[in-house]
Design a protein around this ligand. Structure first.
Ligand code: C2O
Ligand code: CU
Ligand code: CU
Length: 489
C-alpha cells in the first residue's frame, strides 16, 4: 500500500463528530504492557539515523494496521540529547511523499527546525547537526508538511525527544528510564472494522479537529505500566491531533507537576487534575507507595465551536467549552499496577527543584496580535490568523533577534492551542487575569481560551527560506491554514 493522499482520504461513510470514548464497533483489548520506546542516544557525538518508513503494526489483537513511523512501524525512538553538545542525526525517508522531522520545542535555527520548508524527500538522506543549548526538558518531534501534518502524525510520524543537562544540579527526581521515569505519549485514534486507521477530516471533524474513539499510549491501547511502590515520573505528551485531555486518577489522588513544555518548574505543584492540549507536555510525579493499582483517566473534551454547539456556553467569541467534568468519571487512558518486586529508588520529593530554568526576558519592545479565526471556514475550508491563511511564500511577521515582545493571541469560536517555533515563552495573562508563570513554567504551546498574552524572545535566526511557524496545534486547523510564518534576523 502506498502512503498517498488517496489512502488517507479513504471514504468511510462514518460520521466522525466528537466521538465519545464509549461503545466501540469491536472491543479493543486494553492492558497490554506499556511499550517503552527504544532510546536513541545522541549524546557524546553519537550519530543517529531516523528513517521515515511505512509499516504494519498490531494495535488490535489479530489485526494488522497500516502505519508510518521513524525507524520503526509506529512512532519513533525516544531521542535523548545533551545540553552543551551537538546532536548529529541522519534523516532519511523511504515513503513516497515528502515528510519532515520538526524538532518541536528545540531552540535551533530555522533551517534546522524541520518545518514545511525543509522536507526530507523520498530516498534523499540529509544530515542535521543540532546545537543543544537549552534546559533539560521533554520535547518531541513530528512531521510538519504543508497540509499533511495531521495525516502524518495520525499514522505515526512522531516521537519523544528528551534534553538532558549533564551540568545541572541534581534535582532528585526519578530518572531510571522505563522504570520510574516513563515516557507517556497519549493519542486517540479511529480504527475501521478492517483494523485500519481511519483519517477523514471533513465537515465537523475538520472544524472541531479530528478526534479518535480509542486511546493509545506509546502505541498500545490503554496499556498497563508496572511501577515500583515509590515515586514515579510520568513525562506526558499529548500527541493527539485535536483532543484535549483533562487527566486525573480514578481514585482522585493528588500528584505533583514538576515540568512543563520548556523544562522543570522551580517547585512541584500539587494538583489532582491536569489539562493538556495537543502538543503540550507535563512531567508529573505520582506516588505509588501505598501499593494500590490505579487507572489514569480523562474527562471528555468539550472543546467545540460555541456557535455550532448551542447551549455549550461561550458563544461565538472566546470558545464554546463544556464545563470540565471530574476525570475520575471519564474514560480510561491507561493503568498502573504496583510491582513490589521493583525497587523504589525515589521516595521523597523536595520542596524546590534544583536546576529549573531561570527565564531571561528583557523589557518588551513590541506588541503583536494574533487572532485565530474559523469564521467562514465551513464554506471556504480555510482557517486563518489575522485574516489570512498560511501561504508558503508569504512571511507574515519579522522579528529582531534578541528582542523581547508581547504577543497577544485571541481564539475565536473555540479554544486553540497556540504554538510558536524556535523558542520557549512565558504566559503573562489569560482572559485578562495574570498568570503565575513560575507555576506553569516555560511553554511553547498555550491553550488559548478567549485571549492570552505571552512574553517571547527569539535568540536563534530564521530567514525567509526557512522561516519559523506559529500555528494552532489542532492539526486539522493547522493544515487548513491556521498558521503563519516569521523570520528572525
Ligand atoms: Cu509541533 Cu509547528 O509544531
Ligand atoms: Cu513546533
Ligand atoms: Cu485551532
Amino acid at each position: 500500500m502506498q502512503f498517498t493522499r488517496r489512502n488517507f482520504i479513504k471514504a468511510t461513510g462514518a460520521s466522525v463528530f466528537l466521538p465519545a470514548i464509549v461503545g466501540r464497533a469491536f472491543a479493543a483489548e486494553a492492558g497490554a504492557p506499556l511499550p517503552i520506546p527504544e532510546v536513541m542516544d545522541l549524546g557524546k557525538g553519537n550519530m543517529g539515523e531516523l528513517t521515515a518508513q511505512l509499516g504494519r503494526h498490531e494495535f488490535l489483537q489479530g489485526k494488522s494496521t497500516q502505519t508510518a513511523g521513524y525507524s520503526q512501524s509506529y512512532l519513533g525512538p525516544l531521542i535523548r540529547m545533551n545540553r552543551g553538545e551537538t546532536a548529529n542525526v541522519r534523516l532519511d525517508n523511504t515513503i513516497e511523499e515528502p515528510i519532515s522531522v520538526h524538532w518541536h520545542g528545540l531552540h535551533i535555527e530555522g533551517y534546522l527546525d524541520g518545518g514545511p520548508h525543509t522536507p526530507v524527500l523520498s530516498n534523499t538522506p540529509r544530515e542535521a547537526a543540532l546545537d543543544i543549548e537549552q534546559p533539560a526538558s521533554t520535547l518531541w518531534y513530528h512531521s510538519h508538511i504543508m497540509e499533511r501534518t495531521g495525516a502524518h502524525v495520525w499514522y505515526g510520524l512522531a516521537g519523544m525527544l528528551w534534553i538532558d543537562d549533564p551540568d545541572a544540579a541534581d534535582n532528585g527526581l526519578p530518572e531510571t528510564y522505563g522504570e520510574d521515569d516513563l515516557p507517556i505519549v497519549v493519542q486517540d485514534r479511529i480504527f475501521g472494522n478492517d483494523g485500519e486507521l481511519v483519517y477523514t477530516p471533513r465537515g465537523p471533524s475538520l472544524m472541531m479537529g479530528y478526534r479518535g474513539s480509542e486511546i493509545l499510549v506509546n502505541g498500545a491501547i490503554r496499556p498497563e505500566a508496572s511501577v515500583p511502590a515509590g515515586l514515579v515520573r510520568l513525562r506526558i505528551l499529548n500527541g493527539s491531533n485535536a483532543r484535549i485531555y483533562h487527566f486525573g486518577f480514578e481514585d482522585g489522588r493528588s500528584f505533583h507537576q514538576v515540568g512543563s513544555d520548556g523544562g522543570l518548574l522551580p517547585a512541584p505543584a500539587a494538583m489532582n487534575r491536569l489539562t493538556l492540549s495537543p502538543a503540550e507536555r507535563a512531567e508529573i510525579i505520582v506516588d505509588f507507595s501505598d501499593g494500590a493499582n490505579v487507572r489514569l483517566m480523562s474527562a471528555e473534551d468539550g472543546n467545540a465551536m460555541g456557535g455550532m454547539m448551542g447551549g455549550m456556553g461561550g458563544g461565538m467569541m472566546g470558545g464554546g467549552n463544556a464545563p470540565v467534568a471530574d476525570p475520575s468519571g471519564g474514560f480510561e487512558v491507561m493503568s498502573f499496577s504496583v510491582n513490589q518486586g521493583l525497587t523504589a529508588k525515589v521516595t521523597t520529593l523536595a520542596d524546590t527543584i534544583a536546576g529549573a530554568p531561570v527565564p531571561e526576558f528583557g523589557e518588551p519592545v513590541r506588541r503583536r496580535s494574533f487572532r485565530l479565526q474559523m469564521m467562514g471556514s465551513m464554506m471556504s475550508g480555510s482557517m486563518k490568523i489575522n485574516g489570512v491563511e498560511m501561504k508558503m511564500d508569504v512571511i507574515n511577521e519579522q522579528v529582531r533577534q534578541g528582542d523581547t515582545e508581547i504577543w497577544e493571541v485571541s481564539a475565536d469560536e473555540m479554544q486553540h492551542p497556540f504554538h510558536v517555533h524556535g523558542t520557549s515563552f512565558q504566559v503573562l495573562s489569560h482572559r485578562g487575569v495574570a498568570v503565575d508563570s513560575a507555576q506553569i513554567g516555560l511553554k511553547d504551546v498555550v491553550l488559548v481560551n478567549g485571549k492570552a498574552e505571552i512574553l517571547v524572545k527569539f535568540d536563534r535566526l530564521a530567514d525567509a527560506n526557512a522561516p519559523y511557524m506559529y500555528h494552532c496545534h489542532i492539526l486539522e486547523h493547522e493544515d487548513a491554514g491556521m498558521m503563519g510564518q516569521f523570520t528572525v534576523a
